[in-house]
Design a protein around this ligand. Structure first.
Ligand code: NDP
Length: 249
């Protein structure tokens, strides 16, 4: 990196940073100067590869296994970041799972799993990290375009989970604002990842739901996260930012 980067000296915690959007975010925040901690659940090798790329940029990186559905692992990873790095400046609540299907066919296990990972996890991460954030701290949560526009049937569980993050974000903005901490939610549209491949069976249908007629990339979301995590986010809080190719238009 040449010169002072925007996030020099800052420490970012990105949940679900081993693949997809989270990996793109972790790399982008490191490019902006941050040291980055990334969590994962199963993909140790991919998480280590992302951490190695961050290390090659001259930033500190720590890939740590922590299931967002496990409250003790969430608390432990946040304590571990504070201990190893001495501070936490940016939380990116990204880890998430998607289960689609008719409401009558969703099992209780599926309901619990999606709500544990997509809602309780981000809540507990925000709760634990808020004790460490200082003035200038940032919480960026990855929601979904489905929280703004449910454009097809089968989305009850996923939409419920992602819409909850809007409430979490607005409430965090109110509660942490007096401390100079901002909280925002980004709603990605169809983004080409393992979760939603641009060559998958539903890909053309999703393209047709966007104004641009195209999938986005993890990098498209990452640049928005970097904006909110940096100076651009200083006076933006409680906001929903669609990075969705016009899905909600
Ligand atoms: P991927 O499935 O490609 O990647 C998911 C990431 O989250 C992986 O790093 C995975 O870790 C991690 N993860 C999943 N479950 C857990 C868990 N229980 N604990 C810790 N980490 C976990 O998904 P995307 O990158 O596509 O999605 C990222 C976020 O963006 C999600 O919240 C998703 O809902 C949201 N989103 C995605 C859209 C898309 O079109 N792709 C559209 C709108 C929103 P591991 O590799 O170890 O499994």
């Amino acid at each position: 990196m040449n010169g002072a980067a925007v996030l020099d000296g800052k420490v970012a915690l990105v949940t679900g940073g081993s693949r997809g959007i989270g990996a793109a975010v972790a790399l982008r925040l490191a490019e902006e100067g941050a040291d980055v901690v990334l969590t994962y659940r199963g993909s140790a090798e991919q998480a280590e590869a992302v951490a190695a790329k961050i290390g090659a940029m001259g930033r500190r990186a720590w890939a740590v296994r922590a299931d967002s559905a496990d409250p003790q692992e969430v608390t432990a990873v946040v304590a571990g970041v504070a201990e190893r790095f001495g501070r936490i400046d940016v939380l990116v609540n990204n880890a998430g799972v998607g289960v689609l299907g008719p409401i009558g066919e969703l099992t209780l296990d599926e309901v619990d799993r999606v709500l544990e990972v997509n809602v309780r996890g981000p809540f507990l991460f925000a709760q634990a990290v808020s004790a460490h954030l200082a003035d200038g701290g940032r919480i960026v949560t990855i929601g979904s375009c489905i929280a703004q526009r449910v454009a097809f049937p089968g989305g009850t569980l996923y939409a419920t989970s992602k819409a909850a993050l809007i409430g979490l974000t607005k409430a965090l903005a109110r509660e942490l604002g007096p401390r100079g901490i901002t909280a925002n939610v980004i709603h990605p549209g169809p983004i080409d990842t393992d979760l939603n491949p641009a060559d998958g069976p539903a890909a053309d249908f999703q393209r047709g739901l966007t104004a641009l007629g195209a999938f986005g990339t993890g990098a498209d979301v990452a640049v928005a996260v970097a904006y909110l995590a940096g100076e651009g986010g200083r006076y933006v809080t409680g906001a929903e930012l669609a990075v969705d190719g016009g899905f909600a238009a």
